[in-house]
Structures are given as C-alpha cells and as structure tokens.
Design a protein around this ligand. Structure first.
Ligand code: FES
Ligand SMILES: [Fe+2]
Ligand SMILES: [Fe+2]
Length: 415
C-alpha cells in the first residue's frame, strides 16, 4: 500500500510537472544565442541556444545585482561545461545547473524540443515580447518600480553595445527623468567597462589618425574620431551617475538631486552629439565603425572609479575641457558647412559640461571644507599622466568658469 501511495504521488507529480510545459515558439525563432522571454510576474527567462544546437533556460535577471543575463556572453569552459556570463560584473552561471563560480545560484529550467517546437518547464506564462503592466487609471504601460530607477537605466545603457540604441535609450531616460516619470535615483553597480559592438577595430590611442579635415577622407576620419569620443562621453556621464549614486560627503549628506539632473543633461547632450556626428558620417558615404577607434578615455574612468572628486577633476574638468572640437576652418574651406554647424553645437554644449564638472567639484570641496584649487591640482598630478599641454581655449574655459589659476599651474614649467 505504501508503495502504491508513493507511486501515486510520483505519478501525480509528473502530471503536475507535465502540465507546466510551456510552448514558447518554433525552434527557428531562436537563432540568436540568447533570447529573453517575458513573464507577467516579472520573472523573465533567458533561453540560450548553444552552437551544438541545444537549448537551456534560466532566470534572466542576474542573482548578483539584477544584471541582464539575456545580454550576456556564452563561454565554453571545456569538458562540455558552458556558462552564461553576466555583462555587468562578469559572474558566470553554468547553463546546466545555474551555479556560479562566485558562489551564487541562478534558477534553471528544463527545456525540450519536440517536433521543432521549444517547451520550457515553468509555471510562468512566457511571451516573446514585453508584457506591459497597465496602470488601470489611464491604461498607460508602466515598468516595474524596482527597474525604473535612474541607476538601473544608467547601467542598462552602459551595457548596451549598439551606439544608436545607447543614444535612443539615453534620450528616452532623459525625457522621463525631466518629466518626473522616473523619480528614484536608486542604486546599481555599473560594469567595469561599457559594452561595445564587436565589429569595432580597437587600437592603442596613439595609433589613431585624427584627420584635420582638408580632404573628404580626412573629414570622415575627423568626424569618426569625434563620434568615438562622444560614444565614450555618453557612457562616462551614466557611469558617474551609477557609480557614485550612494556616495556620502564627509558631512554625511548624500549628493543633491541636482547632481544627477546635471549629469542626465550631459548624457543627453553627448547622445545628441554622437547622433549628429554619425548622421554627418553617413551623409559623407561612410559609417561609424568604418575606421579604427581607441578606448583611451575609459582608462581615466577606471583610474578614478574609487573617488568622485578625482573623477570630476580628471574626466569632467581636464578631459572635457581638452575635448573641445577641432578648428573648423579646414572644414569650412571645403565648403562643409553642415559639419561646421555640428562642431559649433558640440562646442557650445561642451562648455556647459566643464561648468557642470566644476560646479560639483567646488560644491563638494566647500561642503567638505577643502581648498578647491589645491585639491584639484593634487588630484590631477596624482591621476593624470604628465603635464597639461597648451594651447588652451582660454575663452571657452573662462565661459565655463574655469579661470587660468585652475590649469596654468599644471603646465610644464619652462626649463
Ligand atoms: S549583476 Fe550580474 S554579475 Fe553583477
Ligand atoms: Fe560631447
Ligand atoms: Fe561633453
């Protein structure tokens, strides 16, 4: 009798389990290595299709800090062991067991392929496109509150490799922040380095030829190198938001909300700059990615990832001030008025970016009763390799509020 009951329970379990098999679509719908499947309760699943034509499924939200595993990479560790690597902090999750070498565990689901249809064993109803939660008062779609913070989006944008998507998401988040639709700054750990498209050829910074704009090829080279800088600038703006969101000043105070609003504005400007440059490059019959690029700007972000004052000083005051667009005269001489106009827009905005860096640097110094100038000079000497090189755009810097006393002492003294 005992056996009979055990068998019965086991059979019932099988029936219940069988009842949870969900058909999610045809095999040919899942050509890409990772596909996100949405579920109504927010427990989305990533369906992984490996090169040996096998399928795997696990929760798409990383158990570490909620990173998007559907944007992760699959890595073969040998011995038939494959892992899905989270794009945020590179924790790995075994496709078979969901275990991570970092000690975390992700939920995995059984997958079956029957007559070219894919089935996943889960109680959740799954769907290939997002299921909008509806606010019944006006029928408008609203994202789940835990996902709808500034830092969540900042991190998501940093992990988005396609610059066009980066731009679109940046502009959308800027609009939603400004309109009060996103209210929380939130918290998230941004990735060590932002994602980039795989088709980019990356060289050492010194190996890139930045054109001067005298010929069509050199105009494209010039605009291309600026577009690359702007793509990094978008990421740098989101990184300062996400990385330092929970910083406390020496006074114990958090950063004022305006700090975040200012850098959202900078991010939006950089997105606009990238878009303008990319459009110009396309009009000149080329495309972004046609020429090699460098990742030099991120080195300063890495060097200053532990210290907000150092980050503001090096990235937002030294680099931003040096990133003024080049002399537009050769472009004008070629009759390329459209490119000249783009450079002019960028130039005016960049002045406001240096002003934002300066404003927050001096704000923190004054709150913490530090001397602004000597703190700035010490940080630049510590984190910036070499001296600052003239000539400087004194007028532009002055408009941003950065008078000569800030940077002249950092120039190599005459020998
Ligand atoms: S969120 Fe995935 S590793 Fe940190
Ligand atoms: Fe810019
Ligand atoms: Fe900028």
């Amino acid at each position: 009798m005992d056996h009979f009951e055990e068998d019965l329970v086991a059979a019932l379990r099988e029936i219940v389990k069988d009842g949870n098999w969900q058909c999610v679509g045809k095999k040919c719908d899942f050509d890409s290595p990772c596909t996100k499947l949405y579920s109504e309760d927010g427990e989305h699943i990533v369906l992984v299709h490996t090169e040996d034509d096998r399928f795997w499924a696990m929760d798409s939200s990383c158990p570490h800090e909620g990173g998007p595993l559907d944007l992760g990479d699959i890595e073969d560790l040998g011995d038939g062991k494959r892992v899905l690597v989270c794009p945020w902090h590179h924790f790995d999750f075994c496709l078979e067991t969901g275990a991570s070498s970092m000690g975390l565990q992700n939920q995995v689901y059984e997958v079956r392929v029957v007559q070219d249809m894919i089935y996943i064993n889960t109680q959740n109803e799954l769907c290939l496109s997002p299921i909008p939660e509806t606010d019944t008062s006006n029928g408008k779609a609203i994202p789940s509150p835990s996902e709808d913070t500034l830092c969540f989006w900042a991190t998501k944008i940093l992990c988005t490799p396609d610059p066009k998507e980066k731009v679109a998401m940046t502009l959308e988040v800027q609009e939603r922040w400004n309109s009060g639709e996103i209210t929380e700054v939130g918290q998230a750990t941004p990735p060590v380095q932002p994602s980039r498209k795989e088709n980019l050829t990356v060289l050492q910074p010194g190996k890139i030829k930045r054109g001067k704009g005298g010929t069509q090829a050199s105009r494209i080279a010039l605009l291309h190198s600026l577009a690359n800088i702007e793509q990094w600038a978008i990421d740098l703006s989101w990184d300062v938001i996400a990385r330092f969101s929970s910083v406390r000043l020496d006074t114990g105070e958090p950063l004022p909300r305006q700090f975040f609003s200012d850098f959202v504005k900078v991010a939006g400007d950089e997105a606009k700059h990238y878009h303008l440059l990319e459009t110009r490059i396309t009009e000149l019959d080329s495309f972004f990615g046609a020429l090699p690029v460098h990742n030099g700007l991120w080195q300063s972000a890495t060097d200053t990832s532990h210290d907000l004052l150092a980050r503001l000083a090096i990235v937002h005051m030294v680099h931003e001030a040096r990133c003024a667009p080049p002399d537009p005269l050769p472009l004008a001489a070629q009759g390329d008025c459209s490119s000249v106009e783009v450079l002019e827009v960028i130039y005016q905005d960049e002045i406001t970016h240096v002003a934002a860096g300066l404003r927050w640097f001096t704000y923190i110094c004054s709150q913490e009763e530090r001397d602004c100038l000597s703190t700035f000079h010490d940080l630049v000497k510590q984190h910036f390799k070499g001296y600052l090189k003239p000539p400087f755009n004194t007028e532009g810097r002055k408009t941003a509020g950065m008078t000569e006393e800030w940077y002249v002492p950092l120039v190599k003294p005459p020998s």
